[in-house]
Design a protein around this ligand. Structure first.
Ligand SMILES: Cc1ncc(COP(=O)(O)O)c(C=O)c1O
Length: 405
């Protein structure tokens, strides 16, 4: 893709020029917000938008064909997670799956207890659901995280009570890339006989997950972070766990999520689980570490948000003193480089991001945050471009800042 805006650098001063004849390549580095649709996924989806348009609930052959393909997709996705002993419920995405997990468990287990534990760095769709449940009479414990974004496992153990019905901890954080030790969290929850849900929208297909081995009771995944279509996701629930549906209707999806199935989306979701390879993960990790080390070297004021170890392979998040993340984003955007500040996938507010607040960043640094997230097609050349222009942009903005000396 091309854009027609040029940024010219004159000895540290940046001049923005809009040029009608000069085209700049787009460097997309916002894969944590969403990914492009993979070409093979698109090929798989297309016939279901045109020829195979049957409703998977219809009894005739067009319906049967759609149903068979939905069931193939269900089995294929379950296999990736070792989920033989789980129900996979297709939903409209991560937000719906997380709502279904929290509200569905809260409603089904409210006689047993009304206490839920989440971390302070969950995605907004968990945190706002937790706040909703507090208004409905549930008690929520919001676990602190350390400076790198990890929860403390001993604290978790202590906070689980007899009336705790659910622990929900995000697997890989969408802002700062912290990958929690879900195996250990699962073990603790099993020992304490409480259910464990994890939001794995960012980690699915990048980090191997074994639901049985990791003692995960429920897991949220979606398609648009893994080169699949937008508007489709799933919640997997271990057999035997009761869950109250959010949507009532014709009884689709084991009576847990009514509504005509998004057959093309589901078929595409299944295909998308095969897009990211082990080699892609290794390559993204190398590019991530290269960019981090170069930027930290070239920009003395830059600090890395999130951990060095146990970090999502495609996540980079920096903070800079006394400048606005939005200004950095806009300068990069004019050069064709697409990044995000805070959580582009959940909001466009200018408030300090709750994840950055939770990792105890100094007030003067909380607004100068940018997230750079890599994809399987990200090249070294694109990374070099960021390494070339970011120091110039930061220098200019720092000079302009009324707070910096
Ligand atoms: C960790 C995480 N959970 C949930 C969501 C919401 O998913 P969706 O956009 O499919 O509703 C996102 C992304 O937006 C995410 O990154």
């Amino acid at each position: 893709m091309l854009t027609n805006i040029q940024l010219t650098f004159v000895k540290g001063n940046v001049i923005l020029q809009k040029s009608d004849n000069l085209m700049t390549e787009i460097i997309y580095l916002d894969y944590a917000a969403t990914t492009p649709l993979d070409k093979d996924v698109y090929k798989e989806i297309k016939p279901f938008l045109t020829d195979h348009y049957g409703n998977s609930a219809s009894l005739h052959s067009l319906g049967n064909y759609a149903k068979e393909r939905v069931e193939d997709a269900r089995e294929n996705i379950k296999k990736k997670l070792n989920a033989n002993n789980y129900k996979l419920i297709f939903t409209s995405g991560g937000t719906e799956s997380n709502n279904l997990a929290l509200k569905g468990i809260a409603n089904s287990y409210k006689e047993k207890g009304k206490h839920i534990i989440v971390s302070k760095i969950e995605h907004d769709c968990i945190l706002n659901t937790a706040k909703f449940l507090e208004k409905e009479g549930f008690e929520v414990t919001y676990l602190d995280v350390n400076k790198e974004g990890f929860i403390d496992l001993e604290t978790l153990k202590k906070k689980i009570r007899k009336d705790t019905i659910l622990v929900s901890i995000i697997h890989a954080n969408n802002e700062i890339g912290t990958v929690q030790n879900i195996k250990e969290i699962g073990r603790i929850c099993k020992e304490k006989e409480t259910l464990f849900h994890t939001d794995a929208c960012q980690s699915f297909t990048k980090i191997p997950i074994d639901l049985e081995e990791d003692n995960i009771s429920l897991i949220t995944i979606n398609a648009h972070k893994i080169y699949g279509p937008k508007g489709v996701g799933a919640l997997l629930v271990k057999n035997g766990i009761k869950i109250t549906p959010l949507l009532h209707g014709g009884g689709h999806e084991y009576n847990l999520r009514s509504g005509t199935l998004n057959v093309s989306g589901i078929v595409g979701f299944s295909k998308a689980t095969e897009v990211i390879t082990k080699e892609d993960v290794i390559r993204m990790t190398e590019l991530r570490d290269y960019l981090i080390s170069k930027v930290l070297k070239k920009i003395p004021s830059a600090k890395l948000n999130g951990p060095k170890e146990n970090r999502l392979c495609n996540n980079i998040n920096f903070r800079f003193n006394y400048i606005e993340g939005e200004s950095i984003l806009l300068h990069l955007d004019l050069l064709g480089i697409k990044v995000s500040t805070g959580s582009a996938c959940s909001s466009n507010t200018l408030q300090t991001n709750h994840v950055i607040k939770a990792i105890d960043v100094k007030p003067e640094e909380t607004n100068g945050v940018i997230r750079i997230s890599l994809g399987k097609e990200t090249t070294k050349k694109e990374i070099e471009k960021v390494i070339e222009v970011l120091p110039i942009i930061i220098e200019k903005l720092t000079k302009m800042s009324p707070f910096s000396k």
